[in-house]
Design a protein around this ligand. Structure first.
Ligand code: SF4
Length: 195
């Protein structure tokens, strides 16, 4: 099992992305929220339903359904492309928040002052000392909390099946995205990095 480093507010770590593509090649393990999905759909100029199956999947676990990036047969993300011999994210400006955060990994919304670091990322230990992106982490927790609060209401209070609830939630969030609120804008999310 991976033993993550743990950082708290005030801690720094040396990190510089090496564009190894390792973080995009380990299977369908990036959980998404409705906000991630709508950002991607808007960036690609498609209805979010066109992403289903091809780029995103739904993992059903009892009464919960978790949308996630699809991993191809070799475990690489469906959005990973190769350009000039380098791994490249084909939706980079609209990449999911967990991708933006990596190699930092959310610890728990009940402890927002703690964050994990994946020690197997080749960029960890290289480059300048940086602080974890706390503002971006806060934004991630805000979106995740809204996502799961609404899912809870739809499933447990309104009686929707989990998959139906997820589709309804994504529809609602994508309608909100049509007005281009800040959370849709890549430059806004960029501005949250080490603010
Ligand atoms: S969405 Fe982009 S950054 Fe995230 S795992 Fe896929 S290729 Fe990598």
């Amino acid at each position: 099992m991976t033993r993550y480093y743990t950082l708290v507010r005030g801690d720094k770590i040396r990190y510089g992305c090496q564009r190894s593509g390792r973080c995009c090649s380990s299977g369908p393990n990036v959980a998404l929220t409705a906000y991630d999905i709508c950002r991607i759909a808007k960036y690609m100029g498609v209805d979010w339903r066109e992403l289903r199956g091809k780029y995103i999947i739904a993992i059903i676990a009892d009464l919960t359904v978790i949308p996630a990036l699809r991993g191809m047969g070799d475990g690489k993300c469906a959005f990973l492309k190769w350009e000039n011999g380098k791994p490249t994210c084909s939706i980079y400006p609209a990449r999911p928040l967990r991708c933006r955060l990596y190699p930092f990994i959310p610890a728990s919304p009940s402890n927002p002052d703690k964050i994990y670091v994946d020690p197997y990322c080749p960029g960890v230990g290289i480059g300048e000392e940086v602080e974890p992106p706390w503002k971006l982490l806060e934004h991630y927790y805000e979106e995740a909390k809204k996502h799961y609060k609404k899912m809870y209401e739809l499933v447990f209070e309104q009686g929707y099946e989990p998959l139906q609830a997820l589709e309804k939630l994504i529809d609602e969030v994508c309608r909100e995205a049509e007005d281009s609120p800040d959370w849709v804008k890549p430059e806004y999310l960029d501005s949250l990095y080490n603010k």
